[in-house]
Each structure stands twice: as C-alpha cells, then as structure tokens.
Design a protein around this ligand. Sequence first.
Ligand code: AMP
Length: 363
Amino acid sequence: LTPLSPGSTIGILGGGQLGRMLAIAAAQLGLRCHVYCPDASSPAFEVAAKYTVAPYENTAALDAFAKDCDVVTCEFENVPAATLARVSTQCVVRPSAHSFAICQDRRAEKELAVKLGIDSAAWRDVPTLAELDTALGELAVPSILKSRHLGYDGKGQARLDSMSSTSRAWAAIGNAPSILEALVPFAREVSVIAVRDAGGNFAAYDVTENIHKGGILHTSRVPASIAAETAQSAVDIALRIGNALGHVGVFAVEMFVIEEGGAERLLVNEIAPRVHNTGHWTIEGCVASQFEAHIRAVAGWPLPDTARIADAEMTNLIGADAEAWAAIAAEPGAALHLYGKTEARSGRKMGHVTRLRMYSKPV
Ligand code: AMP
C-alpha cells in the first residue's frame, strides 16, 4: 500500500460541512480535494481545489470525477449504493461500499451488533404496519419506531406509548420498513470517534459525552463522566465494529450509558461510517483532528496521534444560533466555525463553537 503523495487528489462524495472540514484538513497535508455534490451551494465547494455539481445518478459525471481522483471517500452515509458501485469500478473507494451498506440500514446495524455479541436496545423488525402491533405487544412501551433507511438527526422516528395510534406512527416515519426499539432510560449518551487504516491499524479519540435536543446534537464534552473501564469498553466495542466492517477511515459509534446497581453498561445506538459531529472538538482539542485522521487513513498515510491535549466542549450553532457569531468571535478562548451556509433554516447546522479548558484526565 503506497501512501498518496502530496499533490494527489482525494474525491469527496457529498458537499456539506463535513466535506468542508475534510477538505481543509487535506489542504493542510498538501492534498487536493475534488468535491462532488448535486447542490450548487455546497459548503465544501468554496474550500476545495475542484468541484462537480451533478446528480448522484449522472454516470458520465461520476466517471469523469472518478478519473480525476486518486481515492474517493464520502462525507455522508446515504450515498446511493449504485453511485458507490459505479465509482468503485474506476477508483479506490474508502471506506468500501460494505461499510455504507451496513450503516445505511438500522436493521443491518442491529444484526451486526447481535453477531458481535454487543448489546443494544431491545428491538423488533417491522417490515409492514401489520407487524407493528405484534412488535409493540412484545416490547415494553414507550418505544421508538425508526425507519430502517435515511434516518438522521432524529428524522424518520416516532415515539409510541400505550395510547399511540400505530397507523399514525407508521405514517409519521413515511410508511417505510422500520425497526421498533425500546426506549432506553439512559444516564448519558457517549460516542467513540475511531479511525482504522487499510492495514487494520486502529486508533480512537477519548470518549465524548453528548447532549441531544429534539433529536439533534447540541453539545459534546470531553472527558466524558464515565468510569475508566466503561470508556475502555466503549473503545473496544468500536474496535470490534471497525474490524467487522473492514472499515477504512474514521467512523463513529454512538452509545447509551445505563446505570444498573451502581455499574455502568453500554448499549450501541448507531454507527456512522464517516467523520461525525460529536468529533468536531478534536480540531482544537487534539494533536490531529478526526478530519485529518480520515484523510490520512484514506490516503494510506500513517494514522495520526489521537491524543487529547485539553478538555473541550463543542456547541452546535443551529438555525438562528449562528446570529451570535460576532459575540462568539469576541469571546476569549472560543474557537468559532461557520459553514458558509447562507440560509439559516430552523434545525440546520450553521456552525459550531469549541471552548477549551485545562486538560484533565478522564475520570
Ligand atoms: P438516532 O437517530 O437513533 O441517533 O436518535 C437520535 C437521538 O434520539 C439519540 O441520540 C437519543 O437522544 C434519542 N434516542 C434514539 N433512540 C433512543 C432509544 N431507544 N431510547 C432513548 N432515546 C433514544
């Protein structure tokens, strides 16, 4: 495996803020990015060496893109399978289509966890509305109906209790194949941002504690207030998942921490085959960020040092939150990131701010 030389081109499918931060990290290493996205106002375009605006179904545009790149990666998990298959015939794609096939499908993620003996919330497969009543009878209420595909930031989810109408919940998630999941009375939510290279080398960042509001990430904090053994188990779970996927690049594993009789237990919630919002603090909080880690892994470079150098708290700037940019920019110690989005729709991630404190050891 020869590392790509500086000056090589990394293709990125998807042009959102994750692509933007990947392109910035690549530029730092002397690598160029070619971003492919159907949206003409993609945040990643303005920081990339090259970009293509075309639908994911445009085979001629995909072929030209693949020809221009030395390796291709993705910044979102819902890249259509046919797009990945087409690009894969002409260029190395990292991570491979397998990681996406699993992480695009909540049922496949659950089945992987079962296969690996990793705990997750109790669940039932719900292929049609008819099966929902049976599943609801078997799982304790309240529970959450989640569409198998295309769910993110709490979208494609409906909460059910004993009074809920199943047909209404089924309609709310889009009448699509789903899973029903028991509601977890978690004490906290954490995630592991990890990176794996093509040779199977693995590194992880310190476990992050996350607070969601309305299904959208609000704050991430390190160190997480969990026991050292729990943190070690979380990293071990990520390692096993990364190996099972044969993943190349950064990935994130979101987990619930439940407290049982004074002990902490982890339940895997979701796997993201990409850089992740809960890892944005690594830009200032670590020797090398998750974005650099991903670029290095897909370019065949040595994995970076993932050591944390400070305590950190990252807050998303969602919708109108970004209007406070001038005050944040004036705040000592605050690292402001704005994604260049012109339209501040409600619920839209417009930027984030990371605040560092003196390093403290994980609890
Ligand atoms: P997800 O899209 O599955 O990551 O869900 C978004 C957020 O909804 C999670 O981060 C949790 O805060 C909440 N959530 C999802 N599933 C469950 C569950 N089974 N029990 C409790 N909260 C959940």
